[in-house]
Design a protein around this ligand. Structure first.
Ligand code: 4VN
Length: 324
């Protein structure tokens, strides 16, 4: 039986940093409100670089860290809801930029669960023996979709990209168990990039409201209800207890959500990793950005076991038990 082992992690974020005070100059908000209600202090915003540019930065770092030849990459999956184009996919743009001519490349759109869904797909290709390795990246330039007149949302999100290189192994490691789900009936609680069906033969306008819209209360309630259940069911499925976990890495949407998840699961806060103070909510990139940081800081080492849990637009969620 094959398993997917994480060989390398990498990240690439735009260097422009926008603080809460910077935002308070353009929208009626303040640092106290943002940081006490979300845990966010700063975020990185694009200076012009688009999603494929930062995703390519991640792919180059993974190639260098894993010491692989681009020609040996089998699969490239990019999770994103803020692609440069509807087509080509961001994954194809990355493939072209790194010259991975032997890879198959496609995008996955599952918002804040996108990295989890992408890693799950890569794992199935590897487990089934179809491919030997994969690059999985979460990449977002959400700032281009933010409504800077909506103080409830524009302060919460940020731009960034990160990912992993996974490779087939026969050792029991990597992705050990997963629990995923969707609730499309509640999807309108978090939307962006609407594209109306106007054409030359109907009277539908092509004028779109592309900006991100979020019913914060509804998403908050969804997260507090669904995430603890998902992680609990994952742990039961995998037969692990709190003591078996070195870390829990949740989607970096809001520090208060993380505290509620910790309380409901009776998993102490010191097992949870958070870095939304530096990046805000970067949707599909939030989990891999934090994962890369944890590896760089030595919090995750060879043999570490933990849970990744993503949740958000769609609505979607996904939790995974990972061994390094
Ligand atoms: C998961 C969550 C969120 C999210 C929802 C609401 C929210 C983040 C609303 C209330 C507000 C503080 C901020 Cl839980 C977003 C996503 C999408 O990635 C996923 N913050 N807030 C307040 O306190 O008034």
């Amino acid at each position: 039986m094959y398993f997917s082992k994480i060989i390398a992690t990498g990240a690439c974020v735009p260097d422009m940093i926008v603080t809460n005070d910077d935002l308070a100059k353009i929208v009626d908000t303040n640092d106290e409100w943002i940081s006490s209600r979300s845990g966010i202090k700063r975020r990185h915003f694009s200076k012009g670089e688009n999603t494929s540019d930062i995703a390519t930065g991640v792919a180059k770092e993974l190639i260098q860290k894993a010491g692989i030849d681009p020609l040996d990459i089998d699969l490239i999956i990019v999770a994103s809801v803020s692609a440069d184009y509807t087509t080509p996919s961001t994954a194809c743009l990355v493939q072209g930029n790194i010259g991975a001519v032997n890879a198959v490349a496609f995008d996955v759109g599952a918002a804040c669960s996108g990295f989890i869904f992408g890693l799950s797909i890569a794992d199935k290709y590897i487990k089934s023996g179809v491919y030997k390795n994969a690059i999985v990246i979460g990449a977002e330039v959400l700032s281009k979709y933010l409504d800077f007149e909506d103080r409830g949302t524009c302060v919460l999100f940020g731009d960034g990209a990160a990912g992993v290189f996974v490779e087939r192994t026969e050792e029991r490691t990597g992705l050990l168990a997963e629990e995923m789900g969707s609730d499309g009936a509640k999807g309108m609680a978090l939307t962006g990039g609407h594209s109306p069906a106007g054409n030359a033969f109907n009277d539908v306008t092509r004028q779109a409201k592309r900006e991100l819209y979020m019913d914060g209360r509804a998403i908050f309630d969804f997260a507090t209800r669904t995430v603890p259940k998902s992680v609990k069911s994952l742990m039961e499925k995998a037969g692990v207890t709190v003591d078996d976990l070195d870390f829990v890495l949740p989607h970096q949407a809001n520090s208060r959500i993380v505290e509620i998840i910790s309380r409901k699961l009776k998993i102490p806060m010191d097992k949870f990793y958070m870095n939304m103070d530096e990046y805000g909510n970067t949707s599909s990139a939030s989990i891999p950005i934090a994962l890369n940081e944890m590896v760089e800081k030595g919090i995750i080492k060879e043999g570490s076991v933990g849970v990744l849990t993503g949740f958000g637009a769609g609505l979607t969620w996904g939790s995974m038990l990972i061994k390094f």
